[in-house]
Design a protein around this ligand. Structure first.
Ligand code: SAM
Length: 215
């Protein structure tokens, strides 16, 4: 079925993405995690990284936030890679790999202070349902920070140069993901999910959707 095709696509991509995350994207995660902590004004509690891939963002957040970070992905291969990286960084008490789909998150209601997600929403089949799930799992007063980006404009251009060496179509694919019509469709999805209060941060490095669960 379609959903297992999707998982297979990410399974097949897992090793290549680990290489990219480790060798090209690495400097963006500490920058993005600082921005998240700052903009959400949070520094302790439970965090979930949705579509965490090799867990680079989850690991960066675990270094600056007090509490546990769950690195959730629906690809078994990605979760295995995340586990390997968490173990080799001796972070197994702080970062917990979890197999799970954003459309049916394996967490109780009102569980997490912070839910983050980078570069995953472009692949979600039903974005309103994903937003509903994220909202359900957030604690009242908790924040979601979801989007795609490279930290700063400088990092983005540096990464673009690197990635173009690997794949000549990379800029085109990246630009498509970040284009305005996509952002409009995410805004519609927020409304469908009945999340009326949100903030969009859009700059040369990417875009992020922020919302908070009402207390
Ligand atoms: N967030 C990581 C990062 O920034 O390095 C990985 C980004 S990677 C481009 C997208 C990830 O989203 C993949 O690991 C993929 O398996 C995951 N993903 C896609 N759809 C998902 C879904 N429905 N539920 C959970 N994870 C999903």
């Amino acid at each position: 079925d379609r959903s297992s095709d999707k998982v297979r696509f990410h399974d097949d991509y897992a090793e290549e993405f680990e290489d990219v995350a480790t060798n090209v994207f690495a400097p963006i995660y500490p920058v993005i995690s600082e921005q998240i902590i700052d903009r959400c004004n949070i520094n302790s509690g439970i965090c979930i990284d949705v579509g965490s891939g090799p867990a680079s963002l989850a690991i960066a957040i675990s270094k600056i936030m007090v509490g546990q970070v769950y690195a959730m992905d629906f690809s078994e291969k990605m979760v295995a890679i995340a586990k390997k990286r968490i173990d080799s960084g001796n972070l197994d008490e702080k970062v917990i790999p979890v197999l799970g789909d954003v459309h049916d998150m394996p967490f109780d209601d009102n569980f997490a202070e912070l839910i983050v997600s980078r570069g995953s929403l472009f692949f979600w089949e039903n974005v309103p349902e994903a937003f509903r799930q994220i909202y359900r799992v957030l604690k009242p007063g908790g924040s979601a920070y979801i989007g795609g980006g490279f930290g700063t404009a400088e990092l983005k251009s540096k990464i673009t140069r690197e990635m173009e060496k690997r794949d000549e179509n990379w800029s085109q694919t990246a630009a498509k993901r970040l284009e305005r019509s996509k952002l409009d469709s995410f805004k519609k999805a927020l409304l469908t999910a009945e999340i009326g209060h949100y903030e969009i941060i859009e700059d040369e490095s990417g875009f992020w959707i922020l919302f908070r669960k009402v207390e």
